[in-house]
Design a protein around this ligand. Sequence first.
Ligand code: FE2
Length: 291
Amino acid sequence: MRLLLRYGRAGRFIQGKSIVKHQDLGTLSGSVLLFGGPYSNLQAFEALMSAARGLGVPASRMICTGDVVAYCGDASATSEAVKQAGVPLVAGNCEKQLAAGALDCGCGFDAGTTCDLLSAGWYSNANRHVTQGQREWMAGAADIISFTQSGKRYAVIHGGLTDIARFIWSTSKSEVFEEEWAAVEAAIGPVDGIVAGHSGIPFTKDCAKGCWINAGVIGMPPHDGGQETRFAVLDQGQVSVRKLPYDVAGAIQAMEAAGLTQGYHTALRSGYWPSEDVLPAELRRAALASG
Ligand SMILES: [Fe+2]
């Protein structure tokens, strides 16, 4: 774990050589809508905003766990929509990489794996279309957002705090959660819950110090054979994972128009990711079907 040092009252910390930005939203009264991974899926983000209006949740009580841009066809339009909505944003690896003008998504996929090969296609597309103003907005996103609801304090991060692109699953070892919990508390003090994203499949897990909540992603189904994506609602300390129906055909059409036809476009229809490289064995289709 890297050492975290307090840097000043503005909520900025030094993590190794990089500054960790902390944004505190204070006390939020009412339901909080948590979501991740718009993934350049404009249709899904528009559906999410409609769902939020239906729930009576304003943008100020929504928090995105990052990866606004990824697999789908509308990188710039989705970035602009999230930016203009004013939704608090935790920087994902995609935001970090685009802000830095990097040439890959920063997921750290092993060279030659399907995920590695596919990411070269969607990342370069996104890198061509995202504007300078959108990169500057991404560069300003926090590494940790905190808020209090019903007397409980929560931290929102992307993958992990020790590693922004850490894939943490429901099946990850308890030490993984403990490492991240310690890193978060070293940075911003005690928390009762941690909200994260990045890995793409929602879950909640009771940890020694509280509940770990992966809020899922809205831009890609959770590899379950359905088309609906996921977000989470936190209300009075209780979290519920919700399904998000959206204009799947429109999203596929946008991907095809952008030339993004390497496999993720069919995942929107089939509900299954084009690669299981990144998934632990127990979350792959074969294991789920037999279990
Ligand atoms: Fe990510």
